[in-house]
Design a protein around this ligand. Structure first.
Ligand code: SAH
Ligand code: SF4
Length: 384
């Protein structure tokens, strides 16, 4: 369970923006290994340079070709002439005394996305975004109200993790048993990762490559609202942990909360989940369930949840609803959440309640970005 921060966040801003290059050099971050090799060959360099450069980028975390000590000076200069190793720009970095850090990142076209790293007792999970905004319109999710949408590129997805590693100084890649602030990835930021499937796959394969960042698939969780036809493809391409945003036990209610349910209703979703590979004891599928007062939080809902999920190797993540301005829902009371959790636990499913540190720092799904835009607007209208 997450530790609660005991003091407000320290806001560190502004940090220099890393992007904004006005040259035409190609960025090497986000290329698959094969593509990196091809780029090297096209540049007249030997194919084995790709392996060296890959290790420097993703194992050592360097951004300067001059530090690549096993590459001759002449080749370093050639690489620097043609290429860059860049990161998304950091607009703000917020630090909590408990080690939590949150970044508002800006990409080369000015779009922004949030990334947060939450250290817990035995791990640190970076919450990574896959899109700017989201094409889906879940009625309780702030991201769903944001119109601006584009897919993030593999470089922008991997770049979020690289910024986090830079910030904690966790390069070179620590050995498997080393204590680290940043050990897991959850694709639970803005956007629906399965509507940006190819880029997410490229990015996560980079992250899993053992010559680089080397995170095991067991340390990666991909959360989907339920894009049913893509779920088996996640199993085939990545076989990472799967989380599914369920949030309701009847199609009537789920249709309003997670409208993609009209296309792929609960029964179909659960059938597909049951077939997800590796749903063994240690790799149960997580079903996320936001607790919404009077909507999905009755005793009967809890019992139905147990009935639906018992045939699947599942655990339930109960998320106290994170309110946002104008949200049409309220969070269930603490008593209600705990009674609900008790019924689900008694039914034989693990159902931890996610600690609501989000109230002040873990603004779920897109809230960091909006808060920042609001802040800036306020600054503009304040009279001198
Ligand atoms: N698009 C993906 C992943 C991003 S959202 C998905 O929907 O699964 C990560 C989780 O936060 C999802 O379970 C989402 O439903 C939940 N969430 C979004 N807004 C929330 C809010 N205001 N309060 C609580 N949980 C929320
Ligand atoms: Fe998109 Fe997920 Fe939010 Fe739904 S909950 S609007 S799928 S980010």
């Amino acid at each position: 369970m997450a530790l609660l921060p005991t003091e407000p966040l320290q806001i560190v801003e502004p940090l220099p923006l890393a992007h904004g290059r006005n040259d035409l050099r190609r960025s090497l971050v986000g290329l698959s290994r094969d593509d990196l090799k091809q780029v090297m060959v096209e540049a007249g360099l030997e194919p084995f340079r790709a392996r060296q450069v890959w290790q420097w980028i993703y194992w050592h975390g360097v951004t300067d070709f001059g530090l690549m000590t096993n590459i001759a000076k002449k080749t370093q200069l050639r690489l620097a002439e043609l290429f860059v190793i860049d990161r998304p720009g950091i607009v703000t970095e917020q630090r909590s005394v408990d080690g939590t850090r949150k970044w508002l990142l800006r990409f080369a076209d000015g779009n922004e996305a949030e990334t947060v790293n939450i250290p817990e007792e035995d791990r640190g999970s970076v919450c990574v975004s896959s899109q700017v905004g989201c094409t889906l319109t879940c009625s309780f999710c702030h991201t769903g109200t944001q119109p601006l949408v584009r897919n993030l590129s593999p470089a922008e997805i991997v770049g979020q993790l690289m910024v986090a590693r830079d910030s904690y100084g966790e390069w070179p890649t620590p050995t498997a048993d080393a204590q680290r602030m940043l050990s897991n990835i959850v694709m639970m930021g803005m956007g629906e990762p399965l509507y940006n499937f190819d880029n997410v796959v490229t990015a996560l394969k980079i992250v899993m490559d053992d010559q680089g960042i080397a995170l095991s698939r067991r340390r990666i969780t991909l959360s989907t609202s339920g894009v049913v036809p893509m779920i088996p493809k996640v199993g085939e391409a990545l076989d990472v942990n799967l989380a599914v945003s369920l949030h309701a036990v009847s199609d009537d209610v789920r249709d309003t909360l997670v409208p993609i349910n009209k296309k792929w209703p609960i029964a179909e979703l659960l059938r597909t989940c049951a077939d997800y590979p590796g749903a063994r004891n240690s790799r149960r599928i997580t079903f996320e369930y936001a607790m919404l007062k009077g909507i999905n939080d009755s005793d009967a809902d809890a019992r139905e949840l147990v009935r639906l999920l018992t045939p699947i190797h599942a655990k339930v993540n109960l998320i106290p609803f994170n309110p946002w301005p104008g949200a049409p829902y309220e969070c269930s009371s603490n008593n209600r959440i705990h009674r609900f959790a008790e019924i689900v636990n008694d039914g034989g499913l693990s159902a931890p309640v996610r600690t609501p540190r989000g109230r002040d720092i873990f603004a779920a799904c897109g809230q960091l970005k909006s808060a920042s835009l609001r802040g800036r607007r306020e600054k503009v209208v304040t009279p001198a």
